[in-house]
Design a protein around this ligand. Structure first.
Ligand code: 6PG
Length: 247
């Protein structure tokens, strides 16, 4: 399916559009199936979306909080109270101040000293939650993703082993430039979602965004996000989408 691209005038409007997309998908999924499963992303762009969902009365009151199951698409290899923790970011921006049952929050146990154990355990969490047969894949209602200036998404960085993973749902991915592991869902899981939304904000992302969307295929991990049977929406602000010159 061809991706949809929506360009918002600024970062604030981007966050509002993203929060509205979240609410619409949550309401629709809960109406159809009684629950909504979402994989959250880390990074600064999603943070403003989470804050808005929790604090804007017109959005907050529409969200079926007790029917949502929160997962993470990736996590840094740090304990949950660490300033770099994606879980901590989502908790502080949103989860601590909304009526979501603790049992609906499925975080990655990134405090384990062995990142692979954290990945293995999270894979089991997904298998149990989605009641998966051995070869089956989880199907999230929504996967939220950011994109780094190097074209990475989730913790799928250029040139890393996780990009080639064909069996696992979650892996510990060694990222040389950080000299650290990241724990990340694999492409096969992300691409099996019913819907995926990328958030991209800021001028420092403009060059790579253009390459990712219009350049040669297969150069950046973000280009590998192509839902097999789902929708893909790019929510972009004007700074990340400078006016295109005529070709
Ligand atoms: C993380 C992410 C990562 C992030 C991008 C964009 O843990 O860092 O999940 O993939 O979404 O790096 O981050 P920004 O929005 O901060 O640029």
């Amino acid at each position: 399916m061809k991706p949809e691209i929506k360009i918002m005038p600024n970062a604030g409007e981007l966050a509002r559009a993203a929060a509205t997309e979240f609410v619409n998908r949550a309401v629709t999924a809960v109406r159809a199936n009684g629950l909504f499963s979402v994989a959250l992303s880390g990074g600064t762009t999603p943070k403003s979306v989470y804050s808005l969902l929790a604090s804007d009365p017109s959005l907050r009151t529409q969200v079926p909080w007790d029917r949502i199951h929160f997962f993470w698409g990736d996590e840094r290899h740090v304990p949950p109270d660490h300033p770099d923790s994606n879980y901590r970011m989502a908790r502080e921006a949103m989860l601590a101040s909304v009526p979501v049952p603790a049992a609906n929050i499925h975080r990655i146990k990134s405090e384990y000293s062995d990142a692979q154990s954290a990945a293995d355990e999270y894979e089991q969490v997904l298998r149990a939650f989605f009641a998966l047969a051995p070869e089956a894949l989880p199907r999230f209602d929504l996967v939220l993703l950011g994109m780094g200036p190097d074209g990475h998404t989730a913790s799928l960085f250029p040139g890393t082993d996780a990009l080639g993973e064909r069996k696992r749902l979650v892996v510990a991915n060694w990222v040389e430039k950080f000299n650290a592991f990241r724990i990340t869902m694999t492409l096969r899981v992300l691409n099996n979602a019913a819907s995926v939304i990328f958030f991209v904000s800021g001028a420092e992302k403009a060059a790579v965004l253009r390459e990712v969307l219009e350049g040669e295929r297969g150069r950046f991990p973000s280009q590998l996000i192509q839902p097999t049977d789902g929708s893909l929406l790019w929510l972009v602000d004007a700074a990340a989408w400078p006016k295109r010159e005529r070709r």
